[in-house]
Structures are given as C-alpha cells and as structure tokens.
Design a protein around this ligand. Structure first.
Ligand SMILES: *Cc1c(COP(=O)(O)O)cnc(C)c1O
Length: 499
C-alpha cells in the first residue's frame, strides 16, 4: 500500500462515508490533474466524470486560472472583509450581479415576446438582484439566504413567525439551517431534534410521479408522461393553505431546473416559471439554490444560438432558462471554477434595505465567516467568469451537451436503465431491477456504488446518488474523453449485472 494511502486510513475521516467500508481497501490518492484527467499516486489515469463533485468547470490546472492566482499571490493572499474592502471581491460582485441579471432568456426573440424593446433584464417580473453577500460554501450560502428571509419577513411585517417551504427530497447543505430545509430522511433523521420545522411540497419527479399514468418507456419520463400538471396544483394548494392560516411562507427554497443530490431530478419545462408565479402571488420570497446548476451547468435551452445583435449572453444560471427572477440566489460549487471554497448569496435591494438603520438600532445583519471575500478565490472566480463568457467555452459546452444526449441513447439497451435525465451538462441514470415496472434495487445491494467501482477500475471516476449514476463532465472534456466516459458507464453497468 502507498504510504500516503496508509496515512489517510490512519488519520482522515471522510465526508458522507461509511468509514468501516473505507478502511477495507486502499483508497485512490490523487496526485495531480490536467484538464479532465486525474492521476493517482501510482500514476494510474482517470477521467473526472463528475467534475470533482460538481465543482470543476474548465478542467484541472487550467492555465488562465492558475496564472490569475499566481498574479494575485504577488500582491496579497487575504485580508479581512470585516471593515475592509478589497479589489477582486469588489470587481467580482459587480460581475456576478451583471451575469445574474443579463444572461440567458432562452431562445425567446424580442419578436416572440410581442415585439417588446425593453432590455431582457427588464422583461422578467420581480426585482433585480443587486447585492452580494460572500461566504465559503453552498451550505453557508443557503444559511445566509434563510436568515435574511427570516428577518426580512419579520421586519417587513409579512410574518411574525416566518416559515419555509422546500421540495420533497431536497438537499441544500449540511449546516443546521440548510438541513432544516432539506428533506432527505437518510441525512436528516438523526438531527430531527436539532433542526427547525419546515414544510415540504411535492417535487416534479416525473419518472416516479403518482400522477403520471404512462407506462414506462425507453425515454426521459418528462417526454412521455401523461398527467395534468397535478404537481403544480399541489404547490398552489400548499401555498394557499399556509396563506389562509394568516402566515404565508417567508420563502420557497428551490433548486431550479434540476434537483441534484435528491437524485438528479429534473423539472419538466414550464414548472419553474409557474412555481415562481405562485410564490410571487403569495408574496413569498423565491430562493434559488444554484449551487449545482449555476455557471453554465444547466446548459443551453433547445435551439439556443449565440447572437450579438440583439445581444444574447449565454445563460449562466438555471433560472434564466425560464425567465425567472429569484429574490435570492445561492451560488458556490462552480463559482471559482472548482479551485477554492467560496460562495455567495445574491439578494435584491429591498432585502438589503431592511437591514439599514442607525448603528444603535442593531438592524445590522450579524453574520459572517472569517475568510469571506478572499482575494485568491475572487481572482479564480473572475478568471473562471472570463472563460465562461468566451466563445470557445460556449461552443465547447454546446458540443458537450449535444454529445451527452447522443451518447446517452446507447444506454437504453441496458435493461437496468430505468430513466435517463439530462439537463444541460448534467446527466443522471436511474438504475432499476426491472424497467418495465420501475422496480428499485434495495439500497443494501449498493447497485450504484458497485457500478461506480467498476467504472473506477476502467479509469472513470464518478459518485452515485443511491441508484442514480451521473455524468457531469468538466467543460474542457474532449469529444473522445466524453465518449470514453459513456462507454465505460455502459460497460460497467453491463459488467455489474451480467445476464
Ligand atoms: C452541494 C450543494 C449544497 C451544499 O454545498 P457545500 O459547499 O457542500 O456546503 C447546497 N445546495 C446544492 C444544490 C448543492 O448541490
């Protein structure tokens, strides 16, 4: 065994890991990376098929980001955001607000929108995002949003005892507030006594939706479903019930377009826009958790093409696909291109204004993390944003999105594939025992884990969510590397479940 592997087994406690299993074998110890490739200490080569848990955007050791960090190292590494501003964090805040307010708008041409001449950003209902509160990770970005929403609802007189609503199966992070709006029993049961009470509402999980009357087919369940959008009625009724109690929800927390850790559960087109309207009609705040979906991960709407006249910036956030303006947006994972821990909560001016007052009024938002607005992370994020806006990255992302769609078709030949769901550059494959009945594998069979172990042996790294396998490539992935990721996924499933 490699001496570094020994040290890990002796001293490190890994996240979300049954350490008794972990201690049984030599772990893969990563030594270096380049682009979509990782090498371990034995010099074995792997493709990073889940972008190092959804964080890496442009590949490892990306030359421009490396150079930006090196340049910043020659100036200063960190100074406190308590009482001090700094150069890259100020620039980054402006860039984030600009990206959130101008990107996307799908394939709607001005004509399709009734010839309206207003700028895209003015077309969407709701107020623009205007302020950036920095923190360190996805959980804290959500935590900040919850605390802001709580105080906002109280101070604006909307509610004395603000309540939150989130989606069934939701995952928004591991700090206590973020756990409270999560609904994965496996993670949350143990801490039931610690978390505060929130409500959950049906998520649009078409493949397993009780309202979907269609028999299983070899296709994305969103495309062949037979329903009357009952899931939206449920959201509407849930809001109405709470409003009737005289205490409307302070906020609805949603992962837009696709729920990640819930099992890569995508929303049928139109769901998000409608849910945003319902939320607004009850004067609740919409908190978009874009920790996974942000920074181009949600891809491009069907038929999207770049255009300079009229200007049509590429969508960087999932909400932009449906012209939705959230009141708050939590971003983290891809913010620094996968380089450094940094997160942000974007809010409207109205929310910001509720925290203004005399020093002695103590309306201050009493919250902050030590490494907030770190300079090295900020320059990594700025370099990443430059790359994202470049034509080369936009083209590569479009190619990868199309490539994933076409490679995924070959997986339908496998009888253990029940549902394949793709949103942009995220693809989930739900394994089932019997696809004609959508019959699940018992969790104890570790079906997803076993397939991923077989994939690792073949040089492709990913991590399942229960029985859902996923492919989430870095944007630098070549056509050849993408094909290998899918071939290996296919062969690993076939190997794990021999006829
Ligand atoms: C990963 C994730 C989080 C938590 O982020 P951490 O950086 O792990 O704290 C929150 N929300 C979503 C949607 C995520 O995918």
């Amino acid at each position: 065994m490699h001496p570094l592997a020994k040290l890990d087994l002796q001293f490190v406690w890994h996240p979300f890991t049954q350490m008794r299993d972990w201690l049984q074998r030599e772990p893969i110890v990563i030594a270096r990376g380049k682009g979509a490739v990782l090498w371990d200490v034995h010099n074995k080569e792997y493709l990073d098929a889940n972008a190092s848990i959804w964080t890496n955007l442009h590949g490892h050791c990306q030359p421009q980001i490396n150079a930006a960090i090196r340049r910043q190292l020659g100036r200063i590494e960190h100074s406190s955001a308590l009482g001090l501003a700094n150069e890259p964090a100020s620039t980054l805040a402006a860039r984030l607000i600009h990206a959130a307010e101008t990107g996307g708008q799908g394939d709607e041409s001005p004509k399709a929108r009734g010839g309206a001449k207003e700028k895209d950003s003015n077309k969407r209902p709701g107020a623009p995002l205007a302020r950036v509160f920095y923190s360190d990770n996805g959980s804290t970005a959500v935590e900040v949003a919850l605390k802001l929403a709580y105080e906002f609802a109280r101070r604006a007189g909307f509610s004395k005892k603000p309540k939150f609503l989130s989606l069934q199966g939701a995952y928004h992070g591991d700090t206590v507030g973020a756990v409270s709006v999560g609904h994965i029993d496996l993670f949350h049961k143990a801490y039931a006594g610690l978390v505060f009470q929130t409500d959950k509402v049906m998520a649009p999980y078409c493949y397993r939706c009780p309202f979907n009357r269609a028999r299983p087919e070899r296709g994305d369940a969103r495309d062949y479903r037979q329903c009357r959008w009952e899931c939206l009625d449920v959201v509407e009724k849930t809001f109405a019930r709470q409003t009737k109690k005289g205490n409307p929800y302070a906020a609805f927390v949603v992962e837009p377009l696709i729920q990640g850790a819930a099992g890569m559960i995508p929303q049928p087109a139109g769901w998000l826009g409608r849910v945003a309207e319902i939320t607004r009609s009850h004067r609740s705040l919409l908190i978009a958790d874009e920790v996974m979906t942000g920074f181009g991960r949600a891809g491009f709407p069907e038929g999207w093409t770049p255009s300079s006249n009229p200007p049509r910036p590429a969508p960087l956030f999932a909400v932009q696909h449906e012209g939705v303006r959230p009141d708050m947006m939590a971003i983290a994972k891809g913010l620094t291109g996968g380089y450094l821990p940094m997160a942000a909560t974007l809010t409207t001016q109205a929310i910001f204004d509720q925290f203004l007052g005399g020093y002695e009024e103590f309306k201050t938002f009493f919250h902050g993390h030590t490494y907030t607005a770190n300079q090295l992370a900020s320059v990594a994020a700025l370099a990443s944003m430059d790359l994202l806006h470049g034509a080369a990255s936009i083209q590569a992302r479009q190619r990868i999105q199309r490539g994933m769609k076409s490679h995924a078709r070959e997986l339908w030949m496998l009888p253990q594939v029940g549902d394949i769901r793709q949103v942009g550059l995220v693809l989930g494959v739900e394994l089932v025992k019997d696809w004609t009945k959508r019959e699940t594998f018992p969790l104890a069979e570790r079906a997803g884990m076993r397939v991923c172990e077989a994939m690792a042996r073949r040089g492709v790294l990913s991590r399942p969510i229960g029985n859902v396998l996923l492919i989430m490539p870095p944007y630098c992935t070549t056509a050849k590397q993408l094909r290998i990721m899918f071939t290996v996924l296919h062969d690993a499933i076939a190997e794990t479940f021999p006829e």
